[in-house]
Design a protein around this ligand. Structure first.
Ligand SMILES: Cc1cc2nc3c(=O)[nH]c(=O)nc-3n(C[C@H](O)[C@H](O)[C@H](O)COP(=O)(O)O)c2cc1C
Ligand code: SF4
Length: 482
């Protein structure tokens, strides 16, 4: 993962923990209205992919126990991982692109309700993503995958060369010469793996995304409602399709790009289609970026304008993230796909304990505050969720009291200790297992391995009945508390 050159080392600094009476009187543990429902507390576990779904995208027993374990900590809300809205194979990632996914998701809802005593509200994050290929072996790329064009043929000095000869000539070029013959996209396909973009209007399925996506999202949301979730979180963040429509880098000239209005058009059309499918009594919110953190990308001003538009349109919550783009991702090894959390923008999304003067705690708060202020300026009271390095009670309380956000999101801290919420509320904050922000969990995610936390995954491996990872070396769930 990319790291700031300063390499200043930070340790979690939770400050003083409250007594039970102080916690009960706090803002953090007070209720908040989210559209048609109320959360018991302003605590939130953002979406985290644990790589535990069945290979066919169905809910597995490991998924049930994973979310059950988070629910035992009783956060105000829990968001189920990014779940694909299309019925296309995508490995052990949850899917909701067909009715046959509903029964498993219903079991997931029941498991969370039961484990939290009905206290935790449950949302599911709905995602669409475009295709990305693994970085190819260069010789195979030139021999098979590259679509030969007149540009390649014209550059080839062999008179009357047939396809095989042109390919053979390309394969013999050194990197510098090859770079002058291939287009930038062909070079990207060779050096990183081919990646589709929302601006690839020459491809019909990309051109027609604005016609296809509202219905796909609406149907997926309808299934989430049928399965019993409290609501959906539309994934408009990071490296995926909807974030790319929102991005300043979206230059589509068909009315779905360019100006802010054009970039907002599809996200708003998706929202309206979803709302029409699920009605007013079902929560529909979105997660998007307070800053993209890439050259030429959207900034906090864009996010503030988008927030105002989303709030006016009627979204029930806005959850703000940061960065996490393909644009600056590190070059993958041959045979692997690029991963959007390996560059600077990836660092901004999940900052680790080696950081710069700003540090890893609350890097997104300034931009989040701007979004909330813009939302409030419209007269809307839409709650805003903050995340990024939150781990202490005082820190979260201050985020709420200072009007930066209405709800505090704890992703990695909840992974390190899902009982954070119960421990703090009962005056036992000193027992919290604090996240060290090492990003060991994120590295597992990158390698598509079952996500665990290094603070607990080697503990009590010989306990009777403990569930182990597929390599048999790690426990899959944190030990029980109390
Ligand atoms: C293992 C892992 C998986 C993640 N998966 C998702 C995801 O599915 N959707 C999403 O919006 N964010 C995802 N994130 C990002 C987190 O939701 C969160 O924004 C980020 O970790 C920063 O918050 P934190 O400092 O509280 O961890 C993931 C993070 C981790 C560590
Ligand atoms: S592995 Fe554990 S301690 Fe390290 S960042 Fe992830 S949750 Fe935090």
């Amino acid at each position: 993962m990319w790291r700031p050159s300063e390499r200043i080392r930070y340790a979690p600094a939770p400050g003083r923990w409250p007594t039970a009476a102080q916690a009960a009187a706090s803002h953090l543990f007070s209720p908040v209205t989210v559209g048609p429902i109320t959360l018991r507390a302003r605590t939130w576990v953002p979406a985290m992919v644990p790589w535990r779904a069945r290979a066919d995208g169905l809910v597995s027993p490991e998924i049930l126990s994973w979310y059950q374990r988070f629910a035992q900590g009783r956060p105000g809300a829990l968001v189920v991982e990014a779940t694909g809205i299309r019925d296309v194979p995508s490995g052990p990632l949850l899917r909701i692109g067909d009715d046959h996914f509903v029964p498993g998701l219903r079991d997931l809802v029941s498991a969370v309700r039961e484990a939290s005593g009905g206290e935790t509200r449950l949302f599911i994050q709905l995602i669409d993503f475009l295709s990305i290929r693994r970085r190819p072996d260069p010789q195979r790329y030139l021999a098979e995958f590259l679509q030969l064009t007149d540009r390649h043929r014209a550059a080839c000095p062999l008179p009357g060369a047939d396809e095989a000869q042109v390919r053979g000539w390309l394969a013999g070029l050194d990197a510098e010469a090859l770079a002058t013959v291939l287009t930038p996209r062909e070079r990207e396909a060779l050096e990183f793996g081919a990646r589709e973009r929302v601006t690839d209007l020459e491809a019909a399925h990309i051109r027609e995304l604005p016609q296809a996506l509202p219905e796909l999202f609406a149907r997926a949301a309808g299934r989430a409602q049928e399965a019993g979730f409290d609501g959906v979180e539309l994934h408009f963040a990071h490296a995926y399709t909807m974030a790319s429509f929102l991005s300043r880098t979206n230059t589509r000239a068909d009315g779905y790009g360019g100006s802010l209005e054009g970039r907002l058009r599809l996200p708003l059309e998706v929202y309206r289609a979803v709302r029409a499918a699920v009605g007013a009594q079902f929560v529909v919110g979105c997660r998007y970026l307070a800053e993209e953190c890439i050259p030429g990308g959207s900034d906090a001003q864009d996010a503030a304008a988008a927030g105002a538009a989303f709030a006016r349109a009627g979204l029930d919550f806005l959850s703000l993230s940061r960065g996490g783009k393909f644009d600056d991702a590190r070059q993958p090894k041959v045979g692997e796909a690029a991963y959007p959390y390996t560059g600077r923008s990836g660092y901004e999304c999940m900052p680790s304990y080696y950081s710069d003067a700003r540090g890893p705690f609350g890097r997104n708060l300034e931009a989040t505050a701007r979004v909330r202020a813009a939302v409030r300026a419209t007269g809307c009271t839409t709650p805003v969720v903050a995340a990024g390095g939150l781990h202490g009670f005082g820190q979260a309380e201050q985020v709420l009291r200072d009007g930066i956000a209405d709800i505090a999101g704890f992703a990695r801290q909840a992974l390190a200790d899902p009982d954070w919420f119960r421990k703090v509320l009962s005056g036992r904050g000193a027992e919290v297992r604090l996240c060290l922000y090492t990003n060991y969990c994120e590295a597992l995610d990158q390698r598509h391995r079952q996500v665990t936390c290094e603070l607990w995954d080697r503990e009590g491996l010989d306990e009777p009945g403990v569930a182990l990872s597929s390599d048999g070396k790690r426990r899959l769930l944190p030990p029980a508390w109390d």
